[in-house]
Ligand binder design. Sequence first.
Ligand code: ADP
Ligand code: MG
Length: 687
Amino acid sequence: MEESNKKQIDNKVEVLPGVGPKRLEALHSLGIFTIYDLLTHFPFRYEDIQVKSLDEIEDQEKVTLKGKVVTQAVVNYYGNRKSRLSFKLAMEDAVVSVSFFNQPYLKSRIHLEEDIAVFGKWDSLRQNLAGFKILGSDPSSDEQKDFESVYHVNKSIKQQTIINLLKAALESYYDLIPEVIPEEFNQHYKLMLHKDAIRAIHFPQNEEEFQQAGRQITYQEFFLYQMKLQLLRYKRKKGSKGTAVLYDVSKLKEFIQTLPFELTEGQKQVVNEICRDLREPFEMNRLLQGDVGSGKTIVAVISLVAAALEGYQGALMAPTEILAEQHYQTISQLFEDTNFSVALLTGSTKVKERKQILEDLSLGNLDLLIGTHALIQDDVIFNNLGLVVTDEQHRFGVNQRQKLNEKGQNPNVLYMTATPIPRTLAITLMGEMDVSTLKQLPAGRIPIRTIWSKSEQMESSLEFIEKQLLQKRQAYIITPLIEESELMDLKNAKEVHERVSSYYQGRWKVGLLHGRQKADEKEQIMQAFKNNEYQVLVSTTVIEVGLNVPNATVMVIQDAERFGLSQLHQLRGRVGRGSVESFCILLANPKTENGKERMKIMTSSTDGFYLSQKDLELRGSGDLFGVKQSGMPDFKYGDIVKNANVLDAAHSDTIYLLSKEDFFDSAEYMPLREYILNGQTHTKKLQ
Ligand code: ADP
Ligand code: MG
């Protein structure tokens, strides 16, 4: 039959009986378009169905009752096609009635004198169980446990409809569910077939089967996602469209000699990783993650110099003017006794100067252009762009980063981030990149001392700050993020500013920074703080992550329990940048155990990687600072925190597969190749 020839797992879901236009619309709104979408619309929870006795259950509770059928089942019809099936069930200590509505066909499954288990809702007044379903083939077993899947639904579609559709889909499409995981991994991890996992995840026979199904689905989901990322990485490295920057190594070493400090071991290693990539014909696509203050800037500068030594131009983009300017000042100094030229381009660059810069840039008279988003404007044309560096990369959208990269012909790309992220997140979000990590801080840094005090201790915090101010230091006071309303933030920040200003009146100047100010106003205030025109800066969380004011030695964070660990760490990183001891005071009265735990962790660790891992564990991936914007895939089943080990395994398995010489030829891998090249993974969003 022609029709059956076309039966495929990605057939439209409306081929199933009973899916009319209205239902179809409801399914679409749940993201279900194909049969496979439906089959991978996983239950979001299961009701654990346990057999209980009557004295254990409450009115209206959903339970399973077990007993002997002691009356013949009778069906009464009433109204328009409505019916009620009822019978009596003898349990150990009582006889109860059971009724099923509008399922007259169940009558054939209920036999006098037989043991039976029924799942339903208990009505204690009527001593009646409104049955939902008849359970299990062997109700005599005491071990019996059953699950009822619960699905995400919406107003126009019911649980039972989803369940019925799933049953119909499994009936006709079970054999068509593709098996793409290579046999070697199935065996190694003892995975069940995907088709069986799909069936069992919806209709598990027992707990063990349900667990095994979850294992297969999680692994497959992560595996296919990693396969996509690793394929991108593989193709980039195999291709030779990039720029091989064969700079003179001894000249680069000479430049490194001129730096005011010795590189840390970590910096040396990372510089090596980057420079090795630069010399290869593929385009580098590398993430440099390092804790706040770990010295990423200098690594970027050395890489840019390597490119410049071979006559390639470089671009360094930062998210705000103040950061771009900071970089410009640092780098101009480092370039002072060299032949390298550098310019700064931002929104406030004067027209005439801008014109000159753009001309130099297009003629190739400029080695390095530093700037903000201004770098991605259309009329910014490089002569020979070889290396693009994006600082605080998570602050830019994918498109903005891409636009800068397109200003050269497959230039080498280095992304930098001061938001260390746990490995599991890194391989999910950035698995297609190579990652360099700076763990160590430059020697001689004195760790920030962090103290947790009660919120009422504001006054003594101000006294503490004053002692530092008297030693010519500066201080930050951070006011909390109030999720519900930016206006509340502002009100609160203003109040704190007033209070602090009047406390220090006539002695110290206090600045205020908040989200409602215009960009240039913010920049002005930060600049003024840098210049020590303000000794104290009251700020909401808009305070710039890369802001470098080494003279600031105290930070007080109000209502610190409202922040996540990573964010507290980022904020705290504004101090501890100079050569004297710095302090961070967390004012917090956390009400939850989780909140107390976070405060304790903050006082005991300054390791950004450790903190981000803890953050992930305590708050889940969705809340992790800086991750929301970065295009987190929404896995349908796997949880990258709970199933981190599966993710890790899937990651290395895909790398191993692609390193096999026969991956692209062997018949063994054909289903997988077809699936990843033509099909889609469970995961909708691939950034
Ligand atoms: P981040 O990684 O947060 O961007 P920066 O690059 O701004 O950190 O560096 C922080 C500070 O550490 C800067 O003042 C920089 O000059 C200094 N620094 C960087 N590397 C070293 C080093 N190897 N030894 C001493 N100081 C260093
Ligand atoms: Mg930085």
